[in-house]
Design a protein around this ligand. Sequence first.
Ligand SMILES: [Zn+2]
Length: 338
Amino acid sequence: MGLGNSSDDGNGGELLQAAQCLQAYLKHHGELGKPFEILTALADLTVERLGRGQEPRLTALNILVQVEGRDDRGKNPSSWISQSWGKLVEEKLPERETGLRQFAEQHGLSCYPWPAKEKSPGGAGNTSHYFLELRPLGPQPFVQIPPAPGDTQRIQYIQELTPKPAWWARWLLVGGYALAGWRLWLFLAYAGLVAVATAGVVILIWLIISYSPSTTPLRTLFMLIAAAGMALWLGWSALRPFVRALDWGITTAPNLLVAFSERSVQLEVHREQGTSRGGPKVLRLVRYASTCSICGGHVEVVDGKREFPDRLVGRCQECPAEHVYSFDRVTRSGRCLR
Ligand SMILES: [Zn+2]
């Protein structure tokens, strides 16, 4: 898969750009924790070695020293790195691969960086090597015009990661929920059931109140309106995110669908690239994010609330009240709204 792993195979320039792109990606979209510390060390050491004209192939000890900031001989580098490396390449990065690709696209690259490991052939003195390989980006769905340097009015979003669904919805939502076949019927059945249950509750409340002997007509009417209003509100709350997602293409995901550890998640109606107009729509959980062009903070996509009704907006986490951007999910771009 790798197009080049060393500086002397003609791809050194491309690899340097990809490693610098990874540094920028980690600065804005990275996470705390050892797997990301290891990836940051890999990006930093790759840039450093390519700059010195050296081979950017690293040992576990090189990475340990870079992360810990000292030559910690008390630790076995191989066992220190192995668990976090597995978590990085098998769990953390796969859910961020689309975002990393889009970030590289926006930086004008034709490849994106991916951490790789070459296992030691075994024997004394042999050690495994860690490096960045280049993966081709392939054709882009549309041409993106990156903001000009210094343009504080525009930002580009990436699909930062694929959020985890709540445990109970995992079997339905992992890989997206195609609105076709039995899944479409299940979806319609859910909508019908919520509507019938809401109507049933309203009728039940009406019956209980109207047959209750000790109430005045005015009190009956007041209780009926309050209780029916509550039932209708609950019913609408259960259906609203789906109606909005189908209407507007994207909305804030209901908390019940999303794992506790996730935040700022959207529910999007997506159609796979290349499928015909009649192809099935897929409901999926996504998290879009960007980098604030004013202060470099992390921009999260949230509900526009009363100020920007019926739309999602990007709010900078450093200055959420002032650094506000529009959010266009098709072009993945935004404009300053202040
Ligand atoms: Zn900002």
